[in-house]
Design a protein around this ligand. Structure first.
Ligand SMILES: O=C(O)c1ccccc1NCC(=O)[C@H](O)[C@H](O)COP(=O)(O)O
Length: 257
């Protein structure tokens, strides 16, 4: 069983529980449900392009920063010019909670990506109800038709869609309605990262696709390499979370100099 299989097995149980605990109609009563969302497509162009992630742990790295305060970290990301914030809401494998988004939503004015494993339409309503602006669709967990259906659903709720692919085969999941395409450099079988991987797959995407390089960006040199290759966005988690707050400020200063 791969790590993704394990995560999805668990996610199905969680979603089933959530649906019985909070019926979908009730999600619509949230104060955030009717809010106008922020556009990551826009802030990728107008700011640094960095989507800075908040995650406490991960399957590949174990505990990264267990006690980091989500509000402090999110504020520092916003203050120093992140285009968006990715917040893991998966609890079992990444140590996240919905509360992490709820705590920061009213405090920051940049897009929030709800980073989770989306497998059921209920989760899109949930994302809107907690104040997210963008959702992640992981091609490896979904069929081609699910990507299309979930894209329509998300956009109907005012959420942007970041489609994540890991392999060349998963390019079949691309459709021109998705807002952004993320190419993940982490091989989920052995957790190795290779930046050249995202470059190779990016070259196979239609021109003008807004592309995001994901995972394994650990230095200013890595960032510059991917920027030169034409990426619009850069999803970075571990590097910033190892030294929450300070690492981001320093990184932005270095890439601007
Ligand atoms: O990071 C993992 O171990 C992982 C395992 C299984 C599924 C997803 C996983 N990571 C999610 C991500 O995509 C990363 O959190 C994100 O791209 C940031 O990566 P990094 O900068 O390397 O922390």
């Amino acid at each position: 069983m791969t790590i993704l299989d394990q995560i999805i097995t668990r996610k199905k149980q969680e979603v089933s529980y959530s649906k019985s605990a909070v019926p979908l109609e009730q999600l619509k009563d949230s104060g955030f449900f009717g809010r106008e969302t922020y556009s990551l497509k826009q802030t990728l162009k107008s700011k640094s392009g960095i989507i800075a992630e908040f995650k406490r742990k991960s399957p590949s790295k174990g505990v990264i920063s267990e006690n980091a305060d989500v509000l402090d970290v999110a504020k520092s990301y916003k203050t120093y010019g992140a285009s968006g914030i990715s917040i893991l809401t998966d609890s079992e494998f990444f140590g996240g909670t919905f509360d992490d988004i709820l705590k920061v939503r009213n405090e920051i004015t940049i897009p929030i990506l709800r980073k989770d494993f989306m497998i059921d339409e209920y989760q899109f309503y949930e994302a809107k109800s907690i104040g997210a602006d963008v959702v992640l669709l992981i091609a490896a967990c979904l069929s081609v038709s699910q990507v299309q259906e979930f894209t329509d659903l998300a956009q109907g709720l005012g959420l942007e869609v970041l489609l994540e692919i890991h392999t060349e085969d998963e390019l079949a999941h691309y459709n021109e309605n998705v807002d952004l395409v993320g190419i993940n450099n982490r091989n989920l079988k052995d957790f190795k990262v290779d930046l050249q991987h995202s470059v190779n797959l990016k070259n196979l995407l239609p021109q003008n696709t807004l592309s995001v390089a994901e995972s394994g960006i650990y230095s200013v040199e890595d960032f510059r390499f991917l920027k030169k290759k034409g990426f619009d966005g850069f999803l970075m988690g571990e590097y910033f979370m190892k030294n929450p707050g300070e690492a981001f400020d320093k990184f932005i200063n270095e890439i601007s100099s």
